[in-house]
Design a protein around this ligand. Sequence first.
Ligand SMILES: Nc1ncnc2c1ncn2[C@@H]1O[C@H](COP(=O)(O)OP(=O)(O)OP(=O)(O)O)[C@@H](O)[C@H]1O
Length: 238
Amino acid sequence: MKTYGSGDAAVRALDGASVTIPAGQFTAVMGPSGSGKSTLVHALAGLDTIDSGRVFVGDADLTALSERDRTLLRRERLGFVFQAFNLIPSLTAAENIALPLTLAGRRPDPAWLAELVDMLGLQNRLGHRPSELSGGQQQRVAVGRALIARPDLVFADEPTGNLDSRHGAALLSFLRDATRTLGQTIVMVTHDPVAASYADRVVFLADGRIVDELPAPTPEAVLTRMARLDVPAQMVGA
Ligand SMILES: Nc1ncnc2c1ncn2[C@@H]1O[C@H](COP(=O)(O)OP(=O)(O)OP(=O)(O)O)[C@@H](O)[C@H]1O
């Protein structure tokens, strides 16, 4: 449970939401605007606290950890691709990708760095700063940064929001391949039925609860399920 505000202004953003994210799977989270998707993902990632309930990453109970231990767990086991990529302007693409490891006093494994850079098509951009990169390239740097430490779990909030359809499709294929070939666990919030169709499973939120789920989603099946929720599908994403 998560409530914002109090009294008449209180908003119950999560209301008995219960979800399991299987390891090695790509899970998409969908639902009408305001249904609690970002709140859920922030809670799962330990970026935000909840009022009641628990969040486990493997055996670790995030809700029982101190702020400091949560931060350490995030740094060591989780990766993030959010819409504001939060790249550091003064660092090159290569330095931004390596940042989670640099912060932990470690260096990237050269073979893994080379493989990531190759998969992301950033070979010729590693010395560039974010201001010298296109939106799509910045997004790919953010994906590299999320994966460089080989986190147990990657969270992506509308990762294709700023990309044209070609780069969006490439990024989604990359994420899907990461689950297939590396066993990467991914949770992605999206409004886009086509983006959701790259996932192994879609969970649907409405009014702060998980109301439905769909394995092996196709864009058509996702649209049909969305239409069953309160808000008409064509309004979702507004
Ligand atoms: N910091 C906050 N203070 C007050 N209310 C908030 C805050 N953050 C979110 N809310 C409210 O909580 C509810 C859930 O918000 P949340 O951002 O999780 O929804 P969402 O499904 O991610 O929406 P969208 O698709 O529009 O991004 C909404 O009613 C929202 O107005």
